[in-house]
Each structure stands twice: as structure tokens, then as C-alpha cells.
Design a protein around this ligand. Sequence first.
Ligand code: CP
Length: 316
Amino acid sequence: MKNLQQSENKKLQHLLSIKGLDKKIIEQIFDDADMFLEKEVTELHNHASLNGKTVCNLFFENSTRTQTTFEIAAKRLSANVINLDIATSSQSKGESILDLVNNLIAMSVDIFVIRHSEPGIPELVARNIKSNAHIINAGDGDREHPTQGLLDAFTIRKFKKSFSNLKVAIVGDIQHSRVAKSEISILSTLGTKEIRVIGPKTLMPDNIEDMNVNVFHTMEEGLNDVDVVMMLRIQKERMSNNTIPSESEYFKNFGLNQKRLKNAKDDALVLHPGPINRGVEIESEVADGKQSVILEQVKHGIAIRMAVMTMMIDKK
Ligand code: CP
């Protein structure tokens, strides 16, 4: 994976996975994102690092935050942006995704942002395309969501500065969540003191013991003394059977409310990648409360995506 993502003369060719991404590159993306956040305040005009380039959003699954922030990020960098409507595209006539992408490359697309329900589709495209176009994984099944991992870790760095003294708890549907996989990888690469996962046994992946995390099955134990709480949505669209008894039962046992949050440190951050389901994994008082940085995550998503696309294009 590392060679596919980072070639010898180009710093970042594709972004497919957090796994195999150097700590140095992650920190450079964070520093660049800091610069873009700062510039947003001090400069009203666009940055031109993607001037003349074309970014194509290929979303085979629904999205609000990822697709919109990629579009805003690309436009702030002066790129042309295409949001291909998959439902009305020639995919419905049986065209393969590789043929689709190669046709768009013939139209001079430079960066593809791909979300797909099948794990590995962005990597398959990256391995087989007939050009130097860049592929960014915007979420592939239950496997990875690397820009979400980057923006979440960036948000933690903004508030907590360093990872080496942090205890971070990731709560909920670990098994079906691509966000959880990217979070565990990036927190590990950045040297986080302790990564905990909390959830019912039915929502833990089979290989959880190999993930270098501490596993908890009660909120009270798992949240004890943590610095960061990362909540996850229940991924019903990826569940083949009744993995949880009911939403109300799930909320009773694993929902984040003010009382449970008191087990964490007083200054603990609450994150959620969105979309949030109020009353299922988090109560409104916490989602909208003073420890929540959920909307800061969304804002940081623009800066992180600007940094990633600039790094790809700048190093040619
Ligand atoms: N966090 C996230 O991926 O949200 P969207 O599904 O709205 O893109």
C-alpha cells in the first residue's frame, strides 16, 4: 500500500488508507491544514494551487460532509469540480468503474474522490488506471475513510497539542465503521498513549485483539479518565442481521449522555464524524454541549482536504 500511495519522486500519489502513511506526511498535512485555516481568516481570495486542475467527486454512497467539503476545498484552491450523479450516469447501462474513470481521465480529470460500498474499490482503481491521476478514498465499505481519520486527529491536535499523553476512547459500531479503522491507525501512528474501543461484543471485529487497542464492554469503565471520546454511528446499512436488539436498548447501554461523560476527564473532547443520530448513540445535550467539537471537525475537513489535494498536485 505504501508504494502505491507514496511513490519515490512524488510525496503523495494517492490517498487510499491511513495504514502505511508516514508520520512525517501526516504531520505535514496537519501543518498545511493549519496554514489553510489561518489563511481563511486573513485572506478573502482563493488559493490557486489547483488552478487549471479538475477534481471529480464519484460518490456511489450518500454523503453530506465529505462530498461537500471536498467540493469547497477544491474550489478554494481554484480547481474545476465535477460532481458526477452516479444515478443518472452510464453506470446504469453496465459500464465498469474502471471504464468510467478512464473515460473521465480522457476528459482530463486530475483527482478522483471515490466513495463506494465495496471495500477496496478506490485501491483497485488506483492500481489499474491508465494515467497519473490521483485517487482519494472517501470511504470504502467498512474498510477505511482516511481523510476523516486525518481531520479527526487534526482536531484532537488543535485542542490537545500532543498525542503521547492522551487516552482516547472510540465508542460504538467498531465492526462496521470505516472511520474507526482509520482512527485506530492514525492514533497509533501518532503515538497515542492509549486507544480504547467500547461497544457490545456483537459490534467488535473478529481481529480486534490484533489492533493494539484496549477493549471495553461498558461505558463507565471504558470512559474512565479519557481525554477524548469519539462516538460512532450505528452502520445499519452494513448489518446483515439484528446485531443490536433495538436503538433504545443500544442507547440505554452505549449512548453518550452527560452522566456517562462525567467518567471522562473534565476537559475531555467529544467527537463524532457525523451524521449523528440523536437519541441513538448520543444525546442532544452532549452533541450540542461545551465539550463537543463536532462542528469544528466539519470545518477542519475543508482545510485537511485542501492540504491533501495540494500535496498531491504540488509535488509533481
Ligand atoms: N463523516 C462522513 O463521512 O459524513 P458523510 O457521510 O456525510 O460524508
